[in-house]
Design a protein around this ligand. Structure first.
Ligand SMILES: Cc1cc2nc3c(=O)[nH]c(=O)nc-3n(C[C@H](O)[C@H](O)[C@H](O)COP(=O)(O)OP(=O)(O)OC[C@H]3O[C@@H](n4cnc5c(N)ncnc54)[C@H](O)[C@@H]3O)c2cc1C
Length: 369
């Protein structure tokens, strides 16, 4: 069979694009690993945060909320979001940074609330002195990432898409308007090659004969702590305005904590480093008086960015038939529904599929050349 689109990578990017294309096209996903979701998609903080990624990303995040909250019947009979507020925390001397953050999102439909020390003590028991200001975003959510990823793959499959695992391309060639991809599982042909390879987006593009964009993976670490101090399970997601840490409850004494690290890395199976976990716990000790009984588990994943830190969606201007779906950084889950709809609209040449409020030119690969 000749496919219309062959997608490389079955993380959330590849799975959601497959789901968006499947009603219209013959779609194949080739995944190198034995299981889809093994890399960055399976290692996230699982949070929908309207301001995360900056103002250029917010239109994609906002346009994704409806699908994640109330998915179409073909995707799921239940939503993937659970309400939890978010709070950007600042010390007295960092108030200017909070004001700048608020100003950056003016006119973006994002609900903000300024709170001071008294309100903060009610929200974060044990908050140490000096943390006096915060910007609360009441409308943020935990995301059921595994549920959404599985729903995308299931829906794509029901609509005819095929997924082949352990199928890394050994050679990619193009002839007469068709890509041919050799893998250990067989040879496949298709008109469009969708590069949704996450941290491997540049190497895959080079294999297809295109110039790399400069997609750089960075390691990010999360540790699950068992605390000696109970914390409210409905406590907001807390991030500091200087980008030194974030945390959120995962149970009455369980906390997910990150040092907000961003260590450049080659594409790989990322693993956490003891030092990053120690740094995270040290930073937490300057914010709250919570005791840490033990680190229960920890993990790391690669967040991959284009040089301007905006995602890259669109056909390569110099390599016919190569479509980029890459550079989703730390926001690839919360933006996936809108990003997938945008990608489908560009691949199918149907502007009606492009989500309202999203401008395709903002994310076009041509801006990177
Ligand atoms: C610690 C951490 C916290 C995060 N928190 C959040 C959050 O709260 N909210 C949010 O929205 N986002 C978050 N993110 C970001 C989000 O997880 C990513 O943006 C998203 O998962 C990227 O999805 P992807 O499909 O592009 O990449 P991946 O999930 O890495 O998928 C790429 C796939 O391509 C496959 N592949 C690569 N090369 C080849 C090849 N040659 N042949 C075949 N297959 C190949 C890989 O095996 C992989 O399965 C976080 C990330 C990290 C690391």
């Amino acid at each position: 069979m000749i496919f219309d689109s062959i997608i490389i990578g079955a993380g959330i990017a590849g799975a959601s694009v497959a789901q968006a294309l499947a009603p219209h096209q013959r779609v194949l996903i080739l995944e190198r690993e034995a299981f889809p979701g093994y890399h960055t998609t399976g290692r996230s903080n699982a949070f929908w945060h309207a301001t995360y990624g900056g103002p250029a990303v917010a239109p994609l995040t906002l346009a994704s909320r409806a699908t994640l909250e109330t998915p179409p019947a073909a995707l799921s009979d239940h939503g993937f979001l659970k309400a939890r507020g978010a709070l950007t925390l600042a010390r007295a001397d960092q108030d200017g940074a909070l004001l700048a953050m608020e100003a950056a999102y003016t006119g973006n439909e994002i609900a903000f609330e300024r709170v001071g020390r008294e309100a903060l003590e009610g929200m974060i028991p044990g908050l140490k002195p000096g943390w006096d200001h915060a910007l609360v975003e009441p409308e943020c959510f935990d995301i059921d990432v595994a549920g959404y990823h599985a729903a995308c793959l299931g829906s794509a499959r029901r609509q005819g898409a095929q997924l082949v695992t352990r199928a890394e391309p050994l050679a990619i060639s193009r002839d007469n308007g068709l890509w041919t991809i050799e893998t250990r599982q067989g040879r496949y042909s298709g008109a469009v090659l969708v590069n949704a390879a996450g941290a491997w987006a540049d190497p895959v593009a080079e294999q297809a004969g295109a110039r790399p964009i400069g997609i750089q993976p960075y390691r990010r670490t999360i540790a699950q702590l068992d605390l000696t101090t109970p914390i409210p399970p409905d406590m907001p997601f807390v991030i500091d305005v200087a980008g030194q840490f974030y945390f959120r409850p995962e149970g009455p004494t369980k906390l997910w904590l990150s040092p907000h690290d961003e260590t450049p890395s080659p594409p790989c199976d990322a693993a956490p480093e003891e030092l990053d976990i120690a740094i995270a716990i040290d930073r937490l000790s300057h914010v709250t008086d919570w005791g840490v009984r033990r680190v229960e588990r920890s993990w790391a994943g690669l967040r991959s960015f284009a040089p301007d830190r905006k995602p890259v969606f669109g056909f390569d201007p110099a390599c016919e038939g190569l479509f980029w779906c890459a550079g989703q950084g730390g926001f690839g889950i919360q933006t996936a529904p809108a990003a997938a709809a945008l990608c489908a609209s560009l691949i199918l040449g149907d502007r009606r599929l492009c989500p309202a409020g999203v401008k395709a030119e903002d994310y076009a690969p041509s801006r990177t050349r």
